[in-house]
Design a protein around this ligand. Sequence first.
Ligand SMILES: N[C@@H](CCC(=O)N[C@@H](CS)C(=O)NCC(=O)O)C(=O)O
Length: 207
Amino acid sequence: MSITFYYAPMSSATRVFWALEELGLPYEKVKVDLAAGEQHKPEFLAVNPHGKVPALVVDGVPMFESLAMLLFLGERFGVARNLWLPHDHPEYPAALSWLTWGTVTFAGNVFRYLLNTSARFPAETHNAAAAEAARRDALANLAALEQRLDGREYLVADRFTLVDLGLASFIPFAARSGVADMAAYPNLGAWAGRCTARPDLAVAMAG
Ligand SMILES: N[C@@H](CCC(=O)N[C@@H](CS)C(=O)NCC(=O)O)C(=O)O
């Protein structure tokens, strides 16, 4: 088996980097210099036609979108390593639901908030009413996570899985966005602390 992983430090690729490390898979990594525009070069577009990191090539077959990669890696390699749930596990549907919800809905709402407030985006994309709507949605998401983690160490199956990895990877992003006072979510804070203390995240963060 051969795996090539295309990434940039501190990007959406970090969660896939973290997953590859947790799974202990052999892989070759290729750093893509986003500032230099390498993501727009034909050789990279042949891997990801959308010109974004992460990208993954497994046995010559390319894929894009970090959520797709986490699901693929979990299904293919995670069950044997206790980092993913088998299809007949009673919490398998919850695993798919929480990971997808975290990536699409929760992270999407935080991103929408940033788009409407952050100096990283042009002032003409800022709209106070849209920012407030995004904030309300993100706060509801955080409350839902807080409730899910009430009395649980991890999101599913009482152990750390790629579901936790996929969601915990967004918590520092949410905290930096200023969308909420994260201290108001103690269950979430304790869980995020457990997840982000894992040594393999430090490897992924170091690039
Ligand atoms: N939803 C995508 C997001 C990919 C994405 O937006 N990647 C950014 C880095 S965080 C990127 O490659 N940006 C380069 C560009 O847009 O030119 C995923 O999760 O894989």
